[in-house]
Design a protein around this ligand. Structure first.
Ligand code: G6P
Length: 610
């Protein structure tokens, strides 16, 4: 989704801004722009639809310069994908603005501003920010004051950076609902929507809080809270690897991230599960007392993270004896729901900034959940800061829009939560040691599983000309089938649906023919015989099947069935292990189809608007 980078420096900041935008490309966008101020107040604005490279070419052609600047990648919400809708938006060649989020009352603002004589050059909500700030400046006072007066008029979500041609020494930024992080340099300071954008120039960050407005100059950062009072915010040293943005020799980030899974899962487990079992205190200070009281878990998430939650429900109920509901955040936040006694709200999010998940957390606090836990990959993200407890998945930066390593580390985290809650709710000794042993074996199992790539590449060849597909699984493999179908849709644009295989005869069986490949995930567990019956139902109707199965499950390839053997693994980790071949299948199908694997059309990495 939209990305912001800004800088106030002595040197020319164009390259810093463009590099920042490139580092945000992974979030998904459709146009890009930059506005630059020279010390004498000369303003240059360049915007392009398409990739950041098109903007970089325009910057080179115009030899654009500036020591203060703002830049943006836009993911269209209000107004089509055109150059005139791309940010920055300007008012009277004086105020330039970049904005993430949505100003919901923009039509009313627009009408009022039009009455005051302002003309609009775009269809966006953002342009109302530029004119509102300009109108406030006309009343006298500083840019900071004008922005503070303006934000009180905005309803909705914004992370915005504002620049005034008449004072190139500063930018003013405001955050409400869309994240912003200030990067601290030496004699220069920066702003971005995501710390990834600024890693080449600094590792010292201040995460702005809801309602903050800040004035940034080369040598100072002044922050004011929602009431306009000056505040100090903590400076955080980032330990994200600087080169997390590199492909490390892989053709795509997604492939790199798939192959990183053994390592990042090992990192997720490190110092959390040892030879004696779960290490105490891994859910943070005060967690033990809270976890001891939990009688119910409500999981909330979106997209791939929701599938992790769906899988966790099977584990929490089967092993930990804790009842669990799972819901998509955008549904949860807009319906009346019942809060169970001693219920722990668990949000899951790779980014920690997904608008619906954050809104659901805030609602849950009002509803009176006993406590909240965020399972997240980004320390310092809004979700982490606003939850009572947090657990970091340590997947490292995930750049591919289609989530892979974030998902498997989320599942790993949930197995640890299962152990922790199980300890207070009568988990059996056999289940507890079974999960611990399975977790110890997990990184090596994932390495073994990645070795079956060749068979999957061959399978992808057969698959790539299809338009539709069905994914089947049972029990805790049903959400894995859902995740497999989502991956295929996201990056290959093949229509894919997942079913709990017991549901086959309640409708989807009508779709079966040789043009509808059926992908089956079939570990050797207590549901195997049931699953085999479902496979026979497909076979009897002339369906073509691709079965990912345990070698011991006794499936054999024939004219209607291709069997790919997945290494044998213990039941608790099977959903994690079986995820990998499905990720690889989607990847190789997308490769054959020639789609934009890392930035699939219309999608965004971090969905910061609802
Ligand atoms: C977007 C991404 C998905 C992700 C979902 C939830 O749709 O493209 O990959 O699963 O958001 O994101 P989160 O950061 O909350 O896990």
């Amino acid at each position: 989704m939209c990305g912001i980078v800004g800088a106030v420096a002595e040197r020319n900041v164009v390259e810093i801004l463009l590099e920042g935008l490139k580092r945000l490309e992974y979030r998904g966008y459709d146009s890009a722009g930059v506005a630059l101020l020279q010390p004498n107040g000369t303003l240059t604005r360049l915007r392009k639809t398409g990739k950041v490279q098109a903007l970089a070419d325009a910057v080179a052609e115009h030899e654009a310069l500036g020591s203060t600047g703002i830049a943006h990648t836009r993911w269209a919400t209000h107004g089509g994908v055109t150059e005139y809708n791309a940010h920055p938006h300007c008012s009277n060649d004086r105020i330039s603005v970049v904005h993430n989020g949505i100003i919901e009352n923009y039509l009313a603002l627009r009408a009022g501003l039009t009455e005051q004589g302002y003309t609009f050059d775009s269809d966006t909500d953002t342009e109302t920010i530029a004119h509102t700030v300009h109108a406030e400046l006309q009343k006298g006072g500083s840019l900071l004051k004008a922005v503070q007066n303006s934000v009180s008029q905005f309803h909705g979500a914004y992370g915005t950076v504002i620049m005034d041609s008449e004072d190139p020494s500063r930018v003013v930024v405001a955050r409400s609902g869309s994240p912003l992080v200030i990067g601290l340099g030496l004699g220069e300071n920066f702003i971005a929507s995501d710390q990834m954008a600024l890693l080449p120039v600094t590792r010292r960050f201040i995460f702005l809080e809801e309602g903050d407005v800040a004035e940034i100059t080369r040598r100072s950062v002044s922050i004011f809270d929602v009431n306009g009072n000056p505040v100090e915010r903590e400076v955080v040293e980032s330990n994200i690897e600087h080169d997390a943005g590199d492909k490390a020799g892989y053709r795509h980030y997604m492939l790199k991230e798939i192959h990183e899974q053994p390592t990042v899962v090992r990192n997720t487990l490190q110092q959390r599960v040892d030879e004696r079992g779960l290490v105490p205190g891994i859910f943070g200070a005060g967690a033990e007392a809270i976890l001891a009281k939990v009688k119910h878990v409500q999981i909330i998430a979106c997209g791939t993270s929701y599938h992790a939650g769906m899988t966790a429900r099977y584990w929490l109920e089967q092993y930990a004896n804790v009842s669990c509901n799972v819901e998509i955040a955008s549904e949860f936040r807009y319906r009346k729901s019942v809060v169970y006694e001693n219920s722990l709200l668990v949000t899951i999010s790779q980014s920690g900034e997904t608008a619906d998940t954050l809104a659901a957390l805030r609602l849950a606090k009002e509803l009176g959940y006993m406590s909240s836990l965020a399972i997240c990959n980004v320390p310092g993200s809004s979700l982490v800061r606003e939850s009572d407890l947090s657990f970091m998945t340590r997947a490292g930066a995930e750049i591919g829009v289609a989530s892979t390593k974030a998902f498997t580390t989320q599942l790993t985290a949930f197995l640890m939560l299962t152990l922790a809650l199980g300890e207070h709710n009568g988990i059996s000794e056999a289940d507890s040691s079974g999960i611990v042993n399975a977790l110890h074996s997990l990184p090596a199992k994932l390495e073994e599983t990645l070795a079956i790539t060749q068979g999957i590449e061959d399978l992808a060849e057969e698959f790539a000309d299809k338009n539709h597909s069905l994914f089947l699984g049972r029990g805790d493999q049903y959400p894995i089938a859902m995740e497999g179908a989502l991956k295929l849709k996201e990056i290959s644009y093949i229509h894919a649906e997942a079913y709990a295989s017991g549901e086959l005869k309640h409708g989807p069986l009508a779709l079966i023919d040789e043009e509808m490949p059926v992908i089956v995930v079939a570990p050797n567990n207590e549901l195997l015989e049931k699953l085999k019956s479902n496979v026979e139902e497909v076979r009897a109707r002339g369906g073509i099947m691709y079965v990912f199965a345990d070698g011991d499950a006794n499936f054999a390839s024939d004219d209607t069935m291709r069997v790919i053997n997945v290494p044998h693994c213990a039941s608790p980790i099977a959903p994690i292990v079986y995820t990998l071949p499905l990720q690889l299948l989607s990847y190789y199908v997308a490769l054959i189809k020639g789609t934009d694997v890392d930035q699939p059309r219309n999608l965004a990495k971090s969905v910061t608007v609802e």
